[in-house]
Design a protein around this ligand. Structure first.
Ligand SMILES: CC(C)(COP(=O)(O)OP(=O)(O)OC[C@H]1O[C@@H](n2cnc3c(N)ncnc32)[C@H](O)[C@@H]1OP(=O)(O)O)[C@@H](O)C(=O)NCCC(=O)NCCS
Length: 261
């Protein structure tokens, strides 16, 4: 997969429309309804086409999409907020509106079309993020990472799950492992990285499930239970992610270098 081609939305504006062919089968429907993304995703694509990209396979088919939004951060990375994913989207847009020069790039989404999964192209996408950050002179690459197997362990706290290891000392979760193998290291847990609050009927439409009573439900693809409250007609899902840091060439950080895998 070395001969895959990375193309930004700036280079190919029609990628914005084409990206749905990858992201729709990649995500459970509810993941398309993060409250902050519903307000800001379109604005991000418009403002930062050079930070969105597609990966084309050698036959010219779109195999994967990567999204990111630069933001300004001058505090220690240990203080990156618990609202990880939602925070960077809002902060990146605020910085853009204020004309503030960004210095950090967060990888906020990497999605591979199911046909191209399991072929080890995911490291190429993380490196694509790294390449874009470097090209734009940003000093750091961080990511509110969504561990890909966590949905199979929805009752285990992220604080515990994120640090599970295999016998060889590598992270248990395959997606955390990809980041780790590329030099990424865990900073801390973003307990409230994404927020999804919507009427119960929306949750029923997104999941194909019925929610006859108030309570916590395990929903396919969700990393923790979703709380349904019939009285207030709200379903609330708060998704935890894992803040990770990647070193970039010549990067100066407030933290020690990660151990080599
Ligand atoms: C997460 C994602 C990018 C990983 O890409 P992938 O093509 O599935 O995985 P890769 O072939 O690159 O393999 C990466 C690792 O995952 C492991 N893996 C892949 N599928 C797996 C599965 N179903 N169960 C367990 N491990 C799996 C691989 O063995 C590999 O680990 P190893 O190198 O230590 O053996 C891809 O599955 C995806 O797009 N998922 C939907 C969107 C998403 O969750 N994005 C990440 C959060 S932004």
């Amino acid at each position: 997969m070395d001969d895959c081609r990375l193309v930004t939305f700036q280079e190919m504006p029609e990628l914005d429309d084409l990206s749905g062919s990858v992201t729709t089968p990649a995500w459970p429907e509810f993941m398309m309804h993060d409250n902050v993304a519903e307000q800001g995703w379109g604005a991000m694509i418009t403002a930062f086409p050079e930070f969105q990209f597609g990966l084309f396979d050698p036959q010219g088919k779109l195999a994967a999409i990567g999204n990111s939004i630069p933001f300004y951060w001058d505090a220690p990375l240990s203080q990156l907020p618990s609202e990880g994913w939602d925070f960077v989207l809002e902060q990146g847009l605020r910085d853009h509106q204020a004309g503030r020069k960004a210095n950090m790039l967060p990888a906020i989404s990497i999605a591979i079309h199911p046909d191209w999964r399991g072929q080890q192209i995911s490291p190429r996408l993380v490196n694509g993020m790294r390449q874009i950050a470097t090209q734009h002179g940003l000093k750091g690459l961080v990511a509110p990472v969504r561990p890909s197997l966590k949905s199979q362990y929805p009752l285990i706290p992220m604080q515990q799950y994120a640090y599970w290891q295999r016998e060889d000392g590598s992270p248990f979760d395959p997606w955390l492992r990809v980041h780790w193998r590329l030099g990424g290291r865990i900073l801390h847990i973003a307990e409230r990285a994404m927020r999804f609050e919507a009427p119960v009927a929306d949750w029923e439409a997104w999941t194909g499930l019925r929610f006859p009573g108030t309570g916590d439900y395990l929903i396919p693809g969700a990393l923790t239970p979703v709380h349904i409250d019939l009285e207030s007609d709200r379903g609330l899902y708060i998704e935890p992610n894992v803040w990770m840091e990647h070193q970039l060439p010549d990067q100066e950080t407030d933290t020690p270098a990660p151990p080599s895998p």
